[in-house]
Design a protein around this ligand. Sequence first.
Ligand code: PLP
Length: 376
Amino acid sequence: MTPKIARYLSEIQPAAPCLVVDVDRVEENYRALRAALPLARIYYAVKANPARPILERLARLESAFDAASFEEVAACLAAGAAPEAISFGNTIKKASAIAAAHQAGVSLYAFDSAEELEKIARCAPGSRVYCRILVANDGADWPLSRKFGTSVAQARRLMLRAADLGLDPYGLSFHVGSQQKHGAAYEAAIGQVAMLFTDLTERGVDLRMLNLGGGFPIPYREAVPGIDHFARAIMRALTRHFGNALPDIVIEPGRFVVGDAGAVRSEVVLVSRRDPESPLRWVYLDVGRFGGFAEAEGEAIRYAIVTPHDGGATGPVAIAGPTCDGADILYEKADYRLPLALASGDAVTLLATGAYVSTYASQGFNGFAPLAEHYI
Ligand SMILES: *Cc1c(COP(=O)(O)O)cnc(C)c1O
């Protein structure tokens, strides 16, 4: 938690549940990434947190943006981004959304299938396109490889076809999976796409851009390698495979930019021993899966939790949300322990919740309002 958030929580005492985001920390993270990888152009992945104050701050820093829907494109434009600084990076787009983005001046589009490529040719003629390649997502806590990406062989065919359709075959992309903890994943992926780069160049298709996606991890309950580890791995692989004929390098960080800039303040609703014989207590918070914690699915992302009794004796807990849905459980298997003194009414704080929380909150399931948000 940043000192500014700690001060805000203690002085203002905003009603729980709420997300508090320190926008200065967003800027620090953006600058740290730019310093670690000065060669790369940063396209902030808007889906991680599309709040206006974040987009405005990043636009002022001349960040570019990776948008997944026309609504996100519009949010970037409204926050001051130029259309040339926006990539429509979702490989699954409605025709009407592509046409609206084209109309707004966006000229960069992702695809990973022939059908989507044809749609882009129809709705945004002449645009720059890049093909997303499927790479291994091993080492990522939140993999993306089941849903997106195509093979190198198919990407080769599609990039040749792009030129035939009157599009500008601009580059290639991949995503090594979110909360990726191994620099080696980037090295392997760069090696995989580099061969296609050379191959297509020999066929007269002069690719100019390589998009390394996002994935850079942040510490939750466990430490992760710092950004320099990933920057070194990426630069090593780029040098090995491209020498000094480097294409334009793009990265699309989401979690790394906003994750540790946010904290959720929550109130303990109930602490119960459902089995009096067992040491396990159930801790029910006023936020859960439907309050924004969708990434607790499969207990994949494990948030650190601060309580007013830290330092005292602890015992094992399961942690759940307040709704009447049996799926509204955050952690049962992840070995959480919380203080024995924890009681209903206590205020707790879930750390590093700036990314992939606020927009996942439901509209009002069981009558609970969507997570309140404060940008400071
Ligand atoms: C979600 C997403 C990102 C951001 O990933 P992080 O792991 O949050 O950095 C980047 N690019 C694309 C295409 C995405 O879908």
